[in-house]
Write a new protein. Structure first.
Length: 235
């Protein structure tokens, strides 16, 4: 089966086979289709994605630079592990970078930026406030669109690049939080707090609300990971 372009929220379509392989592999890692520590054998990947060995190796090298894949010397590639320490590191860095990007947007954002934030929040709210089961893929897209709209007026290409990487790294862990049936969070209220502070041009309040939102997810994941380790030890 030929590889399909990633459905991840990227602004441009992939232009080369390496780009296609990179985006699809990254998307599969982020969404857990390729589990942590899975060995990434070139021949198996060729059959799975319909891409040659050279583009795959180049894509895996790029993914290694972004922290999604590790290289095991002469033994090849594998999906990066997920650990409590890594989660804390990713969470802390995301808070720092997103706070900078959000502050820049609030300070520099014009009417077009503000309209984008309003539209993205409206679309997210319609789904979060709807009754019944929600389409998780639709929610993920609207959630990403909202967070991207918030930092839409940030003009630093490096800040945006590292933000994209950390957002997806954090998303690997956030996917685990979906299985928590005991969480008592009001995620819509968390989003609304960020939204109102941003529109009020209160950068400090917006960053505090956003940090709380990010760290709440991390705490849920930590608890789930601890429960899993305790289950393994008692087995």
């Amino acid at each position: 089966m030929a590889i399909a372009p990633s459905k991840a929220s990227k602004s441009e379509s992939p232009k080369t086979l390496t780009d296609q392989a990179y985006q699809q592999l990254r998307d599969d890692i982020v969404h857990g289709h390729l589990a942590p520590n899975t060995k990434l054998r070139i021949e198996s990947l060729r059959q799975q994605y319909g891409v040659g060995a050279t583009p795959l190796r180049e894509a895996l090298s790029r993914l290694s630079a972004d922290g999604f894949v590790t290289i095991e010397g002469q033994r090849g590639f594998k999906v990066a592990d997920m650990t409590k320490d890594d989660l804390e590191d990713v969470t802390n860095l995301r808070v720092v970078l997103e706070s900078q990007a959000l502050t820049q947007s609030i300070v520099k954002g014009d009417d077009t930026w503000e309209a984008g934030v309003v539209a993205a929040f409206h679309r997210l709210s319609k789904l979060e406030e709807s009754e019944g089961d929600r389409d998780i893929n639709d929610w993920e897209k609207r959630n990403a669109d909202f967070h991207n709209a918030l930092i839409g007026a940030c003009r630093s290409k490096w800040l945006r690049r590292f933000y994209d990487t950390l957002y997806d790294q954090h998303k690997r862990y956030r996917n685990l939080a979906r299985s928590d049936t005991h969480a008592r969070r009001d995620i819509h209220a968390e989003h609304e707090a960020i939204y109102k502070a941003a529109l009020n041009r209160d950068a400090e309040a917006a960053c505090k609300a956003n940090e709380f939102h990010i760290r709440e997810t991390a705490e849920v994941v930590k608890r789930l990971m601890l429960d899993e380790w305790e289950t393994r030890e008692s087995a």
